[in-house]
Design a protein around this ligand. Structure first.
Ligand SMILES: O=P(O)(O)OC[C@H]1O[C@](O)(CO)[C@@H](O)[C@@H]1O
Length: 242
């Protein structure tokens, strides 16, 4: 695991965007696993700028988002579909048909998860999976539990997760109770994982995830078993590492 700590947000964003840009320059047909939430916003902003300068193209890339809320229309401003349009897809040359996000409005959630998995199986393996980290150690929406699920599935969100994400909604009670998420099996199958974490409020969970015991009670700790993980931290998030 390669852990890099940055003094400023700007340096961290440039490093994250640089890794993704380098990947697309080497292989324009890269399969990218993408994340939402507050963490990747600055990296996406940097990618949009790099694209504006003509230094990177997404035209031949395929993307898979980690997760989506159950019950939110794609037009809802807090849906992850809307998030991706706002922060990346709407400003770069992606092929919309090659940008995949689970459909949280599907009437049959099991069928939707199976559809998503079959798309993932068709591409075989994600080249680079971008991840944020939940305060409770979740990756995607794989919440801490006695056991974890390998493939795409619907999940009930923990109260802590709903509270953390309430900032994206008008009222806390509007945060959906369920989401569809890629499973940890799919995440760990990625060739390379880029974990990004910011802020003092995540310093404890960063230390648990990266240096604590490997346990399903901290899903991100399973990343310790992966052969190629790059971690980008700001100095606050990295402050409890030994
Ligand atoms: O970046 P945030 O908003 O702190 O969220 C952490 C993680 O939790 C999620 O919101 C749940 O999937 C991810 O999108 C994100 O990577």
């Amino acid at each position: 695991m390669n852990i890099l700590t940055f003094r400023t947000d700007d340096e961290l964003n440039k490093a994250g965007a640089g890794i993704i840009t380098g990947m697309l320059q080497t292989n324009p047909r890269s399969i990218l696993g993408l994340a939402t939430g507050g963490t990747p916003v600055g990296i996406y902003r940097e990618l949009v700028e790099t694209h504006r300068q003509g230094l990177v193209s997404f035209a031949k890339a395929t993307t898979f988002n980690l997760d989506e809320y159950v019950g939110l229309e794609r037009t809802h401003p807090a849906s992850y579909f809307a998030f991706m349009q706002e922060h990346l897809f709407g400003s770069v040359d992606v092929d919309p048909a090659a940008c995949h996000i689970p459909d949280g409005t599907a009437a049959d959630l099991k069928a939707e998860c199976a559809r998503y998995d079959s798309l993932l199986e068709q591409v075989g393996q994600i080249d680079m999976q971008l991840l944020g980290l939940g305060h409770n150690g979740h990756i995607g929406f794989n919440e801490p539990d006695h056991s974890l699920v390998r493939s795409t599935h619907a999940v009930e969100l923990r109260e802590q997760t709903r509270e953390a994400n309430a900032r994206f909604f008008n009222k806390p009670e509007e945060v959906p109770t369920h989401a569809i998420t890629m499973g940890v099996g799919t995440i760990l199958k990625a060739k390379m994982i880029l974990l990004v974490v910011r802020g003092q409020d995540k310093a404890d969970i960063v230390a648990r995830a990266l240096q604590g015991p490997i346990t399903t009670e901290c899903p991100a700790s399973l990343l310790q078993t992966h052969p190629h993980v790059v971690v980008l931290l700001d100095s606050e998030a990295g402050s409890r590492l030994k």
